[in-house]
Write a protein that binds this ligand. Structure first.
Ligand code: C2E
Ligand code: MG
Ligand code: MG
Ligand code: MG
Length: 294
């Protein structure tokens, strides 16, 4: 009877599921073509030294300019790309585009030696034996030092910890590329496990800091998480900083580095160049508000 109930239930959902599946199949086909047609582009969100507002690097974030559907954000197509394996092409494109952009900035401006570009990788990319070779080649061909690149991998991707993933992490580490755990605090990985991996930085998820300025308990909790990350020999970056209060609270805790709408939204490459060139700190203050009233 239970089996029958299950069957009739799944039948009731069928049209919706069929539609969703068909939609995803169309999107996948369009994405496969879009990669070759230059429909993808990157936005760059500044990563900031909290104490000074200096931009120490950027995170490359993918967008899809669809010819008919308009601008599509990654949350609406990355999972489709992952299900279909298209993420491998997308990921290769992202890495190459981000490094080529850094090469342009290097040619154009005097980049600080510690300036880094962060690129997000899906779990599936980490499971490929040819990932490291691809990274090595992309660095060599763009002439970018490995130390300028940080690979961001979401926390949940570490939980499986398969052999190939381990090989990828160790080889990237040996290459001199930075490895970062993204969205830390949303998965179930233990810090003692992460400590044994070649991971250099931990990006603390936005959900952990959203309430710190309103909730002293949460602030204390984030303080403890930060202490744990440091005790594990890693550096913390805090994402999703939306207010001055949050930035100030994190600074008081001794946190050094962060990212979020308070400092800057994701920018075009030209806007990043303008900030680097002028040496301006973030957030950008409007000239009228900053100018003395005389
Ligand atoms: P993520 O790597 O955790 O990136 C941070 C996301 O939070 C970005 O959304 C960013 O625009 C947004 N964000 C930044 N500051 C704030 C803030 O102060 N408040 C709020 N509410 N949000 C903020 P975006 O660009 O839509 O990217 C979403 C996710 O898509 C990323 O999360 C990442 O997991 C994935 N993604 C983006 N680009 C790529 C890529 O090239 N490859 C892969 N595999 N995944 C990517
Ligand atoms: Mg990220
Ligand atoms: Mg993140
Ligand atoms: Mg996140």
């Amino acid at each position: 009877a239970a089996k029958d109930a299950g069957r009739s239930q799944s039948k009731a959902f069928e049209p919706v599921m069929l539609y969703a599946r068909q939609f995803r199949r169309e999107m996948a086909a369009e994405l496969r073509e879009g990669v070759g047609r230059n429909e993808l582009f990157l936005a760059y969100q500044p990563v900031v030294e909290l104490a000074t507002g200096r931009m120490t690097g950027v995170e490359a974030l993918i967008r899809w300019r669809h010819p008919k559907r308009g601008l599509i954000m990654p949350d609406d197509f990355i999972s489709i790309a992952e299900e279909t394996g298209i993420i491998l092409d997308v990921g290769r494109w992202v890495l190459r585009a981000a490094l080529e952009q850094v090469a342009r900035w290097e040619a154009q401006l005097a980049l600080e030696p510690d300036f880094q570009v962060r690129v997000n990788l899906s779990a599936m990319e980490l499971q490929r034996l040819d990932l490291v070779d691809h990274v090595r080649r992309a660095l060599a061909e763009t002439g970018i030092a490995p130390s300028r690149l940080v690979i961001e991998i979401t926390e949940s991707a570490f939980v499986s910890g398969g052999d190939v993933e381990m090989y990828s992490l160790k080889s990237l580490d040996a290459l001199g590329v930075g490895i970062e755990i993204d969205d830390f605090g949303t998965g179930y990985s233990s810090i003692s496990y992460l400590r044994r991996l070649p991971v250099h930085t931990v990006k603390v998820d936005r959900s952990l800091i959203s309430e710190i300025s309103a909730d002293p308990g949460q602030l204390q909790f984030v303080d403890a998480v930060h202490g744990l990350i440091q005790a594990a020999g890693m550096e913390a970056v805090f994402e999703g900083i939306e207010t001055l209060d949050q930035a100030a609270d994190l600074l008081v805790l001794g946190c050094r580095s962060g990212q979020g709408y308070y400092f800057s939204r994701p920018l075009e490459a030209g806007q990043v160049a303008a900030i680097l060139e002028s040496g301006t700190t973030l957030p950008l203050v409007q000239a009228s508000a900053a100018a003395p009233t005389a």
